[in-house]
Design a protein around this ligand. Sequence first.
Ligand SMILES: NC(=O)c1ccc[n+]([C@@H]2O[C@H](COP(=O)([O-])OP(=O)(O)OC[C@H]3O[C@@H](n4cnc5c(N)ncnc54)[C@H](O)[C@@H]3O)[C@@H](O)[C@H]2O)c1
Length: 321
Amino acid sequence: MKVFIPGGAGFIGSHLCEKFLADGHEVIAYDSLVLGKRELLAKAMKSPKFRFVEADLLDLERVKKEMMGADLVVHMAANSDISQGAARTDVDMQNGTIATYNVLEAMRVVGVKKLIFASTSAIYGEASVKPTPESYGPLFPISFYGASKLACEGMVSAFSHNCGIQSWVYRFANIVGPHSTHGAIYDFVSRLLKNPDRLDVLGNGTQRKSYLYVHDCVAGMLFGFTHSKENFQCFNLASKGVSNVRFIAEEVGRQMEKATGKKAEIAFGEGDRGWVGDVPYTYLDGSKLEGLGWRARFESDDAVRQAVAEIVREKISGEFL
Ligand SMILES: NC(=O)c1ccc[n+]([C@@H]2O[C@H](COP(=O)([O-])OP(=O)(O)OC[C@H]3O[C@@H](n4cnc5c(N)ncnc54)[C@H](O)[C@@H]3O)[C@@H](O)[C@H]2O)c1
């Protein structure tokens, strides 16, 4: 199979490139590097079956040209810096909504018939039902990022039903692990490397979310892809349990102390949100995908522990795992 991966130089996308190559497929990663990094593709670059295109999804003609001949599109590109959306209200519209329209329109024109789309728990906003199932509604996201992803899901559904594009939409929990480009663990480790004495945490540490290990995320996406055959399907992709920010900060503090010998004071802020648009408590009901026979290897706290160890190793060594 020839797989086209917009956002392939990002955190999750780079793992997907490696996985598809390991399974014997041809891979084209298409990324503007606005948030991704070429270094994350070091392993993929060694394969003769891999090609990297540095270009923007907002360039529709280029997307069509590079996508030609693909059998599957795995669309991972977005503005993953959620807090930036409040400061610059067009960034999710451009790199989320319009970029996704371009991916879908290119698929229609060049005739690619299968799409896997990375969506998010942020589309649920502050849902009153926890764990939240896929059937929850009405959906009122509270971030520009969530709003953009909800619009994207709508477009994926419409292209699916009008243009014969079979689609798998995954609403991810918080994904953690090596190659991270953002997120709480990545931020805490980066801050402690700058100032080993003190870690200032946004919010009071009570924010709770479910964390899914990145290799579980990739495995879950591929499991749903091979085990479900509807024209349009949507799954939550999550682990069991939730972890709070205090636990994450303390785990980072512990593992950084082990690695550097320096103990930091951890100072929490006020309020239960890290930033405007942050949802203080999210917990996805993953039973729909589990019903097909899939389970995440790590529960939330174990995913965090594993990811902290690996991100600390990467940040200290300067080499990606
Ligand atoms: N990491 C998570 O916890 C999480 C949770 C829910 C959903 N998601 C979704 O999963 C996908 C991958 O997330 P990630 O964590 O790997 O983020 P990431 O930022 O590491 O990867 C996104 C990639 O998209 C690229 N990109 C953005 N705009 C582009 C454009 N206009 N043209 C070309 N490339 C562009 C970036 O350069 C980046 O490499 C995203 O769609 C994200 O919204 C991630």
